[in-house]
Design a protein around this ligand. Structure first.
Ligand SMILES: NC(=O)C1=CN([C@@H]2O[C@H](COP(=O)(O)OP(=O)(O)OC[C@H]3O[C@@H](n4cnc5c(N)ncnc54)[C@H](O)[C@@H]3O)[C@@H](O)[C@H]2O)C=CC1
Ligand SMILES: O=C(O)[C@H]1O[C@H](OP(=O)(O)OP(=O)(O)OC[C@H]2O[C@@H](n3ccc(=O)[nH]c3=O)[C@H](O)[C@@H]2O)[C@H](O)[C@@H](O)[C@@H]1O
Length: 427
């Protein structure tokens, strides 16, 4: 099939390459000319494990191309996937749909008769129906559940495929698009447009709630001397609860969970439904960032003024270069605002971090970032930080003081090397 993907960011570029991987002819389109030039030359514009391989393999096969022209996209194929950003509106909790509206307007003019426009972006419920009234084509919604860091694997082998459609012919087209996955037994959920849109925000809200739940338990553990990691392990043995997404720490960030829970709550309120608990989920999450700052401040004697602080990790999670709403950088910048010199290390995220937070210092090496530090904060759990030698690091710091914001380092090993270790929800 000849398919187009409009918007080639973290979602769209991977989606385009994976559609080519399963045998389709794919044209990826973006308004960002530099991004399209990089993708066309086989250079991944972001760090995502496995993506460079699937990109170059499918460019070489001739099944994958990129362009900046929406007119070319409209003429190229009959199924168009919308993957543009839907960030939080500045000054509001609502989703900003201007990119989506612009992409659809650009495409609409040249659409071929019988074309199917398939939204993948995360949107407020009702968006698909609104767009359907504006385009001379059928509109479907096919939300995406991939995780950054596992994007290729999640796209090729998803837990489920969800489609919102208004006709059986649209469902048949989408079944054909995803035929290899259906043949592999991936569950298929076909529903109406509103339900498909809601499935996505419900899933992200549940995940965010699970993280904030365990972080609220961490707060109680801190007040009582309990241990949240043991608590999470113990409740996680109950299969109804499950062990995943119970890692307490400085909480969730990224380009999706934070903005999605806010936009969902905002949209629900417009519809007369109160999702107030999502506000609490958000607040708990942000309190954990503040708690990491407090622990570090205590370790440097009550004030950051004139102190050197090392931050290990800048991205919102490991195995990604994405720093959108990164808890690590929020903590780093809050500490800098209190007068510390903050040096940040990250294996992949430094360029993006520097662009977003030019006032922080950046170091090419983890150990180098720690030189002269009065406290070290471990804020993104990259594998390489687990390999750090507390003894060797102890030689370069000004004080052996560590905040483990991700509960991912073995505190007993660090303490044995003379470090004072503070973690969230743990002694
Ligand atoms: N990043 C992720 O892991 C996932 C993202 N999503 C959703 O997918 C959507 C996209 O997210 P990301 O890829 O992370 O965003 P992104 O910001 O990385 O990519 C968006 C892309 O759309 C392009 N764009 C903007 N306006 C355009 C237009 N008029 N025509 C063509 N291209 C245009 C931008 O230049 C950019 O390259 C959002 O709704 C997000 O919530 C859903 C699941 C996973
Ligand atoms: O809509 C999206 O964009 C995506 O959002 C999340 O994926 P992602 O943001 O890539 O990363 P997650 O693995 O969900 O982690 C999100 C944040 O939660 C934090 N987290 C995760 C798990 C946990 O136990 N504790 C915790 O603090 C991570 O550090 C990270 O900051 C969802 O997991 C995907 O299913 C969804 O498609």
């Amino acid at each position: 099939m000849r398919l187009t993907v409009i918007g080639t960011g973290y979602l769209g570029a991977v989606h385009a390459a994976c559609l080519a991987e399963i045998g389709h002819e794919v044209l990826g389109v973006d308004v960002d000319a530099a991004r399209i030039a990089a993708l066309s030359e086989g250079r991944a514009p972001f760090f995502e494990p496995g993506f460079p391989e699937v990109l170059t393999r499918n460019l070489a096969s001739g099944r994958l191309r990129f362009s900046t022209s929406s007119a070319e996209a409209a003429a190229f194929g009959d199924v168009h996937f919308l993957c543009v950003g839907t960030p939080q509106q500045p000054g509001s909790q609502a989703a900003d749909l201007t990119y989506l509206d612009a992409a659809v307007a650009d495409l609409a003019a040249g659409l071929r008769p019988g074309a199917l426009v398939v939204g993948k972006s995360t949107v407020p419920v009702g968006t698909a129906a609104r767009l359907a009234a504006r385009v001379p084509a059928e509109v479907a919604w096919n939300p995406e559940f991939l995780r950054e860091g596992f994007a290729v694997e999640d796209t090729l082998r998803p837990d489920r495929l969800v489609v919102g459609v208004t006709s059986s012919s649209a469902e048949a087209v989408l079944r054909e698009v995803y035929a290899p996955m259906l043949a592999a037994g991936v569950p298929w959920v076909s529903t109406d447009l509103a339900t498909a849109e809601l499935v996505k925000v419900a899933a992200n809200s549940f995940l965010a709630t699970k993280i904030s739940f365990i972080n609220a338990m961490a707060e109680v553990c801190e007040a009582t001397g309990g241990d949240v990691a043991t608590l999470a392990e113990a409740i996680g043995y109950d299969v109804r609860i499950g062990r995943q997404f119970l890692r307490a720490g400085i909480g969730f960030g990224g380009g999706c969970l934070p903005k999605d829970i806010r936009a969902f709550r905002h949209r629900a309120a417009e519809l007369g439904v109160s999702l107030g608990f999502l506000g609490e989920v958000d607040e708990i999450n942000l309190r954990r960032r503040a708690r990491a700052v407090t622990l570090a401040r205590e370790l440097v004697g009550g004030s950051f003024a004139g102190r050197n602080v090392a931050v290990l990790g800048a991205t919102f999670k490991p195995d990604s270069d994405d720093v959108r709403d990164s808890p690590a950088l929020a903590v780093a910048s809050a500490i800098r605002a209190e007068g510390a010199r903050v040096t940040v290390h990250d294996p992949q995220g430094v360029d993006n971090a520097r662009a977003a937070f030019p006032g922080l210092d950046y170091s090419p090496g983890a150990q180098k970032a720690c030189e002269g530090a009065h406290v070290v904060l471990h804020l993104t759990e990259w594998d390489e930080y687990r390999e750090l030698d507390p003894e060797a690091l102890g030689e370069v710091v000004a004080a052996r003081a560590l905040v483990d914001g991700r509960n991912a380092l073995d505190a007993s090993v660090w303490r044995a090397a003379g470090w004072t270790v503070r973690a969230l929800g743990r002694r």
